[in-house]
Design a protein around this ligand. Structure first.
Ligand code: SF4
Ligand code: SF4
Length: 166
């Protein structure tokens, strides 16, 4: 099965112009689903998943939760975009650019893929440096490639690998 693949180092090499990546969302033209994907990728790979998470404690709106898996989740309907979490994180892993006040959403273009397996979503066509791709992928920790959920694959060196804790 094809999955959306995000290559974060390639995105950064392409000057990280995430706001230039377009989204296909039909009903809300200003939706930029790529931001929601980057947020998920960031919490999965850069976040150190602190047991007593500073970001969760700092949030005045209870918009962040540390899940049992250790992953932090932001409930964007509660988030007011104050960015206190960005300041509270001692590792600087919450990038202010992807914490949006406006809710954005990605549905992985599953509907379009079902009717056309070769379908290329708009984010794939517009991302710099081929940072977004739609392709068959396999997990490969040696190459920093990980599945995040059922439909997303992220390529990014995680802090665990950087510190050789895996
Ligand atoms: S404080 Fe930073 S590193 Fe710790 S859980 Fe929150 S985002 Fe992750
Ligand atoms: S930006 Fe949102 S998630 Fe972060 S501290 Fe403020 S309200 Fe909470």
């Amino acid at each position: 099965m094809k999955r959306l693949f995000i290559d974060i180092p390639a995105l950064l090499d392409g000057n990280g112009k995430a706001d230039k990546i377009e989204c296909e969302y039909l009903y809300h033209r200003k939706n930029n689903g790529s931001f929601s994907l980057l947020e998920v990728a960031e919490f999965a790979s850069y976040c150190r998943q602190c047991k007593d998470a500073f970001c969760v404690a700092a949030c005045p709106k209870d918009a962040l939760e540390r899940l049992e898996s250790g992953t932090v989740k932001r409930y964007n309907m509660r988030c007011v975009g104050c960015k206190s979490c960005t300041l509270a994180c001692p590792f600087g892993t919450i990038f202010p650019d992807v914490i949006n006040y406006i809710t954005m959403s990605c549905d992985y273009c599953l509907q379009q893929l079902r009717s056309n397996p070769d379908y290329e979503p708009r984010c794939v066509k517009t991302a710099p440096n081929q940072a977004f791709q739609m392709k068959e992928t396999a997990e490969n920790p040696a190459e920093h490639i990980f599945f995040v959920g059922d439909f997303l694959t992220v390529k990014s060196p995680s802090w665990l690998q950087k510190e050789e804790r895996q």
